[in-house]
Design a protein around this ligand. Structure first.
Ligand code: HAM
Length: 422
């Protein structure tokens, strides 16, 4: 039987690769401009990093992790997200002692055992930013600005930014208590999963997609987390709002936004695009001031963001991107001597920065021309006996059908000109 890629994974090839490269380039350039350095953490980690960091009661830990025991008997998990690994690396390398304020970014595959559909994969890719050691709400604004800048530069439109604060270790417990009481009073209509979570971790109830549970969350008397914020959390939130207004970034406050990971404190946010349908979140993040502590380190404030690259690529595809740089010259030798001449010419083209594709002498000119056409290449350089006699090359333009004999210098000049005009 033919072996296929596992469900929820896919190959990225052909023209789509150009989109990915463009996206990666925009991310890297903006990260550099904002002073973020790249960090590359392992694709797998000790399972405990995620059970502790992301939270035992989250969907990610309960249902979605690729976990296995390795040959040494260790429990290993393919990373479902990048924040816990980044904080683990920060602590492991002692940054809190020698250089406590860092700005890092990453790009790479993440793994979640979810039901695959358009924009939801089991191996998917994220780019993300994490700023550690910064308490100031201006850093939350910086992260949001960075995300916003990247989305805008990619030409994405119809973005909506939802914001909330889920409080800190002082005020959050009051809200959680009130939420538990409220949900207790509505227990009869909640699903079995929510009934269990209501005891263990009531905030996680809000991740439930069940229609009846959702109706409970929409009730007018449902406790609003904004009413429970302490003075410090309120100040943090108000400052962030005023900074975003100053930056001209539109947002709406969604008091039901809690995000599906346990490590958040204060700011949480999500960026959505309506056109994507059910999988409309193209990125999300927030502040996680307690995460370093949970992972066994000191108190280190942190704020970050991650975006799903598959979803962004889907949007780029729909927008008709890319305007590809398709200029390439096809080198078609007629015999072995011509092959030598074109191989030598390829060095000159390389130096001049002109992309080329060299074919070999074993094929006929008819074959070469057909192949060049199939590849979407406009110019074919031919080298055979005739060209040798004239100490030059033939250049055939497949669009006009015109063919001319040129010296090497004339050929280079013409190709340079055509490349510029392209
Ligand atoms: P997250 O919301 O779980 O946050 O994931 C961020 C983004 O990854 C989502 O908004 C979505 O675009 C994309 N994504 C998630 N799951 C899938 C999937 N199965 N297939 C395709 N795309 C997916 C985090 O991961 C946090 N670490 C974000 C963060 C960084 N918070 C602070 N710093």
């Amino acid at each position: 039987m033919e072996i296929k890629a596992p469900r929820g994974t896919r190959d990225i090839l052909g023209e789509e690769v150009v989109l990915w490269q463009h996206l990666e380039e925009v991310v890297r350039r903006n990260a550099h401009l904002f002073g973020y350095e790249e960090i590359r953490t392992p694709v797998f980690e000790h399972t405990e990093l995620f059970t502790r960091g992301v939270g035992e009661e989250t969907d990610i830990v309960q249902k979605e992790m690729y976990t296995f025991t390795d040959k040494g008997g260790r429990s290993i998990t393919l990373r479902p997200e990048g924040t816990a690994p980044v904080v683990r690396a920060y602590l492991e390398h002692g940054f809190f002692v020698r250089d406590p304020r860092v700005r890092w970014y990453y790009l790479g595959p993440m793994f979640r055992y979810e039901r695959p559909q358009a924009g939801r994969m089991r191996q998917f890719h994220q780019f993300g930013f994490e700023a550690l050691g910064f308490q100031d709400p201006a850093c939350d604004a910086e992260i949001i600005l960075l995300a916003w800048t990247i989305y805008r530069e990619l030409g994405l439109s119809d973005l909506s930014l939802e914001l909330n604060s889920i409080g800190c270790s002082l005020c959050k417990p009051h809200y959680v208590q009130r939420l538990r009481e409220y949900l207790e009073s509505r227990k009869d209509v909640l699903c079995e999963n929510c009934k269990r979570r209501l005891v263990e971790n009531p905030l996680r109830v809000l991740d439930c997609k069940n229609e009846t549970c959702q109706m409970v969350f929409r009730e007018a008397s449902f406790p609003n987390i904004q009413d429970f914020l302490c003075a410090e959390c309120r100040r943090h939130e108000e400052r962030l709002f005023s900074l975003l207004k100053r930056l001209g970034i539109p947002f709406v406050v969604n008091p039901r936004l809690v995000r599906g990971l346990d490590y958040y404190t204060r700011t949480v946010f999500e960026v959505k695009v309506r056109a994507l349908g059910a999988q409309d979140a193209i990125g999300g993040g927030g502040r996680y001031d307690g995460l370093a502590r949970v992972l066994g380190g000191p108190e280190v404030p942190g704020v970050g963001f991650a975006a799903g690259m598959e979803r962004i690529v889907l949007l780029l595809e729909r927008s008709g991107f890319p305007r590809k740089d398709t200029f390439r010259v096809y080198l078609a030798p007629q015999d072995e001597e011509g092959e030598k001449d074109l191989l030598a010419l390829s060095q000159v083209l390389h130096e001049a920065g002109i992309p080329f594709c060299l074919d070999f002498a074993s094929k006929s000119l008819r074959y070469h021309l057909k192949r060049a056409q199939k590849m979407g290449v406009r110019f074919v350089v031919i080298a055979g006996e005739e060209e040798r006699k004239n100490e030059g090359f033939s250049l055939k333009d497949l669009v006009s059908g015109e063919q001319m004999l040129l010296s090497r210098e004339e050929l280079l000049g013409r190709l340079r000109k055509e490349r510029k005009a392209c």
